[in-house]
Ligand binder design. Structure first.
Ligand SMILES: Nc1ncnc2c1ncn2[C@@H]1O[C@H](COP(=O)(O)OP(=O)(O)OP(=O)(O)O)[C@@H](O)[C@H]1O
Ligand SMILES: [Mg+2]
Length: 353
């Protein structure tokens, strides 16, 4: 009987090594983390599962030489052909000679989140440049195309006017549609920041009334406000736009439930403490959640919804969330999102004074 079965149920990964540094036990959580079966891993050196395995071999040797009784540290373990693993490791020296070292690994979720947010920030900076340039490139000839189609229409011979006008109208309508798209792409960069005192509950209430007006039946909007939240300096109109885009997506995603009559949208405000945004630490932040009980974000676009032109909706232009993110970032804040069927939660964090 395996003396370590008690460890099988633990959520953190546990690996026990023999005096040669070979694996003599792994629990199921460790099998999961290392992506292998216990059978295949036994008797292997732990280090070989990672590109930078020497780090962990070195720790093992230090433990064996009793340089510490237990040691805690954050490690980045690079796996072959997969994402690196950010873990909090605890290395413990045991007093059983046949199995002298126990290593416990817990995924460092905080670090993962920071990495992901940093990546989104970098990406969105690059995106913004690209979009701005591209939009200008499209905008310039567009006026010419539309104007030329109008002139052409004037020149059409009377007897063919009826049938040919259909074509010039297609050009004009499509040019107008592109113009609107391009204007939306350029909007966040052009519009000046109107700075004043922002009351976040006024923002929520405005959004609520707009959504109620558009979806009067079958959608219940719950308000869960922390009224002690202070006002902060910012652009109220921009924030209304940001929250409205998110709430509007939610309402659209809820269409089936709206028909059934059990669609639910929650606007929740809270104070968050000790928050890190774009590597800067803030003591206080506004923590606004927009939660719906719809089907969730389609998994194939879940990692990309904040990128421009990514849409899971027929007829969607995929700009709503890009704009929302830009507006919130202009307030030094950040929007993140968690979604599964039945629960989608968009979270807006904005530093408070
Ligand atoms: N609450 C939500 N539930 C389910 N899917 C969502 C939700 N919010 C966003 N999405 C998905 O994310 C996509 C991107 O949203 P975004 O607002 O950026 O673009 P859009 O709604 O498609 O177009 P636009 O807002 O520009 O008209 C949506 O098309 C939708 O598939
Ligand atoms: Mg949208």
């Amino acid at each position: 009987m395996n003396p370590f079965t008690g460890l099988d149920l633990l959520a953190s990964a546990v690996i026990i090594l023999d005096p040669e540094g070979r694996i003599s036990y792994v629990n199921p959580a460790a099998e999961n983390m290392l992506d292998g079966s216990a059978k295949a891993m036994l008797q292997q050196r732990l280090g070989r599962f990672f590109v930078n395995g020497d780090t962990i071999d070195e720790l093992f040797h230090q433990a064996l030489r009793h340089q510490f009784d237990d040691k805690r540290l954050d490690l980045i373990l690079e796996r072959h052909g997969r994402d690196a693993l950010h873990v909090h490791a605890i290395v413990t020296v045991l007093d059983t000679p046949a199995t002298p070292v126990l290593i416990e690994l817990r995924e460092n979720v905080q670090q993962l989140k920071l990495d992901r947010e940093e990546r989104i920030l970098d990406q969105s900076q690059a995106n913004k440049e690209l979009i701005r340039n591209l939009a200008h490139e499209i905008k310039n000839p567009l006026g010419g195309i539309r104007g030329a189609a109008q002139l052409l229409e004037l020149e059409l011979p009377e007897r063919q006017l009826k049938e040919l006008r259909e074509y010039t109208q297609v050009i004009i309508k499509e040019a107008d549609r592109l113009q609107t798209l391009v204007d939306r792409l350029l909007a966040p960069h052009r519009r000046p920041h109107i700075v004043g005192d922002v009351n976040i509950h006024e923002v929520c209430e405005r959004v609520r009334s707009l959504i109620v007006a558009e979806f009067p039946n079958g959608l219940m909007i719950k308000r869960d406000y922390d009224l002690s939240l202070p006002e902060f300096r910012g652009d109220q109109e921009q924030l209304i736009q940001a929250v409205l885009n998110i709430a509007h997506n939610a309402a659209q995603a809820l269409s089936e439930r709206i028909e059934k009559g059990d669609a639910e949208l929650v606007l929740q405000t809270r104070v968050a403490r000790q928050i890190t945004l774009a590597k800067v630490r803030y003591r206080l932040a506004l923590d606004l959640h927009i939660i719906d009980n719809g089907p969730g974000i389609p998994t194939d676009i879940q990692n990309r919804i904040f990128y421009p032109l990514v849409s899971g909706r027929n007829g969607g232009s995929g700009l709503g969330l890009t704009l929302a993110q830009t507006f919130v970032q202009q307030h030094m804040g950040f929007i993140s999102c968690e979604s599964r069927p039945g629960l989608t939660d968009f979270r807006i964090l904005i530093p408070l004074p």
